[in-house]
Ligand binder design. Structure first.
Ligand code: SF4
Length: 377
């Protein structure tokens, strides 16, 4: 297939749906997690669940970098932004994520903090050049896909000798989080999702390749199929997962061969490892502390690390107890199980992080899933 329309073709989707129905064993259930928020968005947008037999379930995972940032780190960003010498730069979605006591970066800006929305890390570097008398901090978030551009600006700032620029790294890693979902005792219990396999992230995999998932599939006995973001990609991945489950296999397969290779982008990987080191552990919203899942700026670039430079401390947050984002993020609850969904909490007035980004499960469900549920009712 060469054009995007071909990957959204209705007739092909119906044929694929029939093949899935024929191959799915009616005597068992299949529960597959789409780890990545981009897949969650595609699943809702194109009504993929409507094309699946009732015993094939899709569970939404934690793969939205805005959603998984814990409230304590949002609070830390707000505190940093309130320093008079600081210009805090970050991506637009993060401005709206609620911190403790319904605070947010947007609210801090309304109260006088200098918070600027940027489209890329390079924008924050430009702002640092334009304001040599201020401290410009880039509050970086994202999975493996967005880490290389942050590494580029760290190297660039070093090369230019920019003394007023630094970065808070909230970059996180996918494979350790997938493993943590399955083998963490604190996520166990009746509300924990039982999963038969994963639809693996696609953008992330263009950088890291498919190989890093191989130990996970082997050790946890769960298949992983890396899929693109189009509806036929997702459906084909589901079919491949069903085949693996039926055959008792747990391997990594790549449906997204048009963009992902086994080894990924070596140049980007080298750049990231030159600038960042793996943290012992990192806190994920909904999953707690996940070993080896975050990146920090290497000591060689300590002067460009805002966490060291400003002594950024992550305190005890005050969570909104009615928001069940943590359960939604680990696949233990559906957005509609939240009492605030669609009433107090909407994309215009988000009460939790899952309603902020379009990749968040609550926002995707609000945009596309409600219509289907109304029709069913
Ligand atoms: S509906 Fe809103 S408050 Fe409820 S879980 Fe989703 S984001 Fe959180």
């Amino acid at each position: 297939m060469k054009y995007v329309d071909e990957l959204r073709d209705g007739a092909t989707a119906r044929r694929l749906a029939a093949a899935i129905a024929a191959e799915a064993d009616p005597d068992r259930g299949y529960r597959f997690m789409e780890f990545c928020g981009g897949h969650t968005h595609a699943v809702f947008r194109y009504g993929v669940p409507d094309l699946l037999p009732p015993n094939v379930h899709l569970i939404h995972g934690p793969g939205c970098p805005v959603c998984v940032l814990p409230v304590g780190r949002v609070d830390a960003a707000i505190e940093l932004a309130r320093r008079p010498e600081v210009i805090l730069c970050t991506y637009g979605d993060l401005l709206r994520v609620p911190g403790s006591r319904r605070s947010s970066l947007l609210r801090a800006r309304a109260e006088g903090a200098d918070v600027r929305m940027v489209y890329s890390p390079a924008d924050s570097l430009r702002i640092a050049r334009e304001h040599p008398d201020r401290e410009v901090v880039f509050f970086a978030i994202g999975f493996e896909t967005t880490t290389p551009p942050t590494a580029v600006v760290v190297r660039r700032a070093e090369a230019e000798g920019l003394a007023n620029f630094s970065v808070v790294s909230n970059h996180v890693l996918t494979p350790p989080a997938m493993a943590h979902l399955l083998d963490s005792p604190e996520l166990d219990g009746p509300a924990a999702p039982s999963l038969d396999g994963f639809i693996g992230p696609s953008h992330v995999s263009t950088i890291i390749g498919s190989a890093p998932y191989e130990p996970f599939a082997r050790e946890h006995g769960r298949p992983v199929v890396i899929a693109g973001f189009e509806p036929l990609d997702v459906m084909q991945a589901i079919r491949m997962l069903i085949r693996q489950v039926n055959a008792g296999r747990a391997e990594v397969e790549n449906e997204y061969t048009r963009a992902v290779t086994r080894v990924g982008n070596r140049k980007a990987q080298e750049l990231v490892s030159a600038v960042f080191a793996v943290r012992e552990s990192f806190e994920w919203r909904g999953m707690g502390s996940v070993p080896g899942s975050g990146l920090e700026v290497r000591p060689e670039y300590a002067h460009l690390d805002a966490e060291r430079r400003f002594g950024v401390a992550v305190g005890q947050p005050r969570e909104n107890r009615a928001c069940i984002c943590p359960s939604v993020l680990r696949g233990a609850a559906r957005p509609t199980e939240c009492t605030l969904f669609g009433t107090t909490c909407t994309p215009d007035h988000p009460m939790g992080s899952c309603m902020v980004s379009s990749e968040g499960a609550c926002a995707a469900h609000y945009a596309y899933g409600r219509t289907r549920e109304r029709a069913e009712a």
